[in-house]
Write a protein that binds this ligand. Structure first.
Ligand code: 5GP
Ligand code: ZN
Length: 114
């Protein structure tokens, strides 16, 4: 996707603080952190929203979630835990239309979110 910021990060056309990368997944620090740990995890494949997922994407989404656990462990969140959330479309406040999960941690988080 030509104008997608996250596709540009995947192609290393714009910089990001990458904390994890494999064939299918990339994880990097959110530019405006909402918690001491705020990482974005994305599939390298451009998928706009959950409504665009197909059967062939099931393993990719599984890999993103597995990567979240790996990154959380790497960042010493194993004991205290973390939150993994994804915003889908307008009411959830999705700003970047390339599926991503926010991994948040490093402090006690409020629930439910606003
Ligand atoms: P959304 O509201 O779509 O779930 O969240 C998008 C997130 O992407 C926001 O938390 C925002 O701070 C982050 N973000 C937007 N543009 C960039 C960027 O160019 N680099 C990085 N690292 N994060 C970004
Ligand atoms: Zn994209």
């Amino acid at each position: 996707m030509q104008d997608c910021v996250f596709c540009k990060i995947v192609k290393k056309e714009i910089p990001a603080e990458i904390v994890y990368e494999d064939e299918h997944v990339m994880a990097f620090k959110d530019i405006h952190p909402a918690a001491p740990v705020h990482i974005l995890l994305i599939p390298k494949k451009h998928i706009s929203t959950f409504f665009d997922l197909t059967d062939e994407d099931v393993s990719i989404i599984g890999r993103v979630q597995l990567a979240a656990a790996r990154v959380a462990k790497q960042l010493n969140l194993e004991e205290k835990g973390f939150r993994l959330v994804s915003n889908c479309k307008e009411d959830a406040g999705q700003l970047i239309f390339h599926i991503h999960y926010h991994l948040l941690g490093g402090r006690a988080l409020q629930w439910p979110p606003g």
